[in-house]
Design a protein around this ligand. Structure first.
Ligand code: HEM
Ligand SMILES: CC(C)=CCC/C(C)=C/CC/C(C)=C/COP(=O)(O)OP(=O)(O)O
Length: 327
């Protein structure tokens, strides 16, 4: 008797854990941390390094819920192609672990929670922007563009560029040039990020007639486009330093160093468009690049960094003066 009760309690526990895991997988959780990192970096710059911890927490929570809702809706809409592609067929919907009806309710609840949290604890503008992100990702990218044009991820990339706008508006209540520049930076970064991956999985997309650039235009044209967007990403990343002046010398070092490697990887890929090892390296580096660049923004904005830079430059001035006097 006791054994039967223990057995059914443990199988109930297992079912609950499996269900939670399935719903978690619906949200494509591996992508969300980088979306949050861009939001956090934007908040740090907007608050000049003195971000309110509670505001940061609620904005990242609201952002997580909005992104999770968007990804769940995308999983519902793309069920047919996710079922046909090797990479995606084990997702919770195509594998039958979650019913589309339940996924829809889940997505609506997530969006509702996101909107409420952002409205109550941040502001209405931030909540509306997060909802605009969901609508753009679903209506413009997933519905209109994804299956119809190789420019799908260029225009659709705007959805993934919204999180820093949410962060900025949560802090300041308005959108400045710097916020739009962060938007533009992620917008321009998305094609090299995604097309490098698409070079590796183009057979999958071809098999379901999704016209990703490598499927439609081939490897050479794709690597040429990756190179062009990479050439834009690096100078745009530096506009935060000049003329906008919202980031300083420490960030400039991050942007130059990381940007040089970004360009090197894109150049190597341009020289060998069919080398999937190089494509993989470019894709992985694109993620590391954005993480490290955002880290650079945060470090640069901290008051302690400003103090160190000021102390360093005044020592340098003293040293220079001493050298000049001596000579
Ligand atoms: C339209 C724009 C974008 C498209 C189409 C796209 C597409 C993809 C795809 C298909 C994957 C592989 C995921 C998988 O196999 O499940 C991926 C991975 C990833 N994406 Fe993007 N992406 C876009 C924008 C972004 C943005 C804006 C970010 C964050 C700022 C981002 C962050 C990531 C990360 C971190 C991964 C790696 C996940 C892992 O570790 O497997 N992506 N992306
Ligand atoms: C503010 C807010 C809520 C923004 C939402 C932004 C968002 C969810 C961006 C994600 C972009 C992304 C990873 C697309 C994956 O493409 P795909 O779905 O075509 O990939 P797949 O081939 O793996 O299904």
């Amino acid at each position: 008797m006791h054994d039967t009760v223990r057995l059914s309690a443990s199988s109930l526990q297992q079912t609950i854990l499996e269900t939670l895991h399935n719903y978690y997988q619906l949200t494509k959780p591996r992508i969300i941390p980088l979306l949050l990192i861009t939001t956090a970096a934007s908040m740090w710059i907007a608050s000049k390094g003195e971000v309110d911890a509670l505001l940061l927490l609620v904005t990242l929570t609201g952002g997580t819920l909005a992104a999770a809702s968007a990804q769940t809706l995308n999983c519902i809409y793309d069920l047919d192609i996710d079922y046909a592609m090797v990479r995606t067929r084990k997702r919770p919907l195509p594998s039958g672990k979650v019913q589309p009806r339940h996924a829809l309710i889940f997505a609506i609840v997530l969006a509702g929670l996101s909107f409420s949290i952002l409205t109550v604890f941040a502001n209405l503008q931030a909540a509306l922007l997060a909802m605009a992100g969901i609508v753009f990702y679903m209506a413009i990218y997933t519905h209109i563009l994804k299956r119809n044009t190789p420019q799908n991820i260029v225009i659709g990339g705007a959805a993934g560029s919204i999180p820093p706008l949410v962060g900025w508006v949560a802090v300041t209540g308005e959108l400045s040039w710097a916020a739009w520049l962060l938007f533009g930076l992620i917008f321009l970064w998305t094609p090299p990020h995604f097309w490098a991956l698409a070079l590796m999985i183009r057979e999958d997309y071809a098999s379901v007639n999704v016209p990703m650039l490598p499927v439609v235009a081939g490897e050479e044209e794709t690597t040429r486009q990756i190179w062009i967007y990479s050439l834009l990403v690096v100078p745009v990343s530096l506009l935060l330093v000049y003329p906008l002046g919202v980031c300083g010398a420490v960030y400039a070092c991050f942007a130059l160093g990381l940007g040089a490697i970004f360009l090197q990887k894109a150049w190597e890929l341009l020289q060998a468009p069919t080398d999937l090892g190089l494509a993989k390296s470019m894709f992985k580096y694109s993620i590391l690049y954005m993480m490290a660049l955002c880290t650079g923004m945060v470090v640069d904005s901290l008051p302690v960094t400003h103090a160190i830079v000021r102390a360093g430059s005044s020592h340098l001035e003293t040293l220079m003066a001493a050298v000049l006097n001596f000579s």
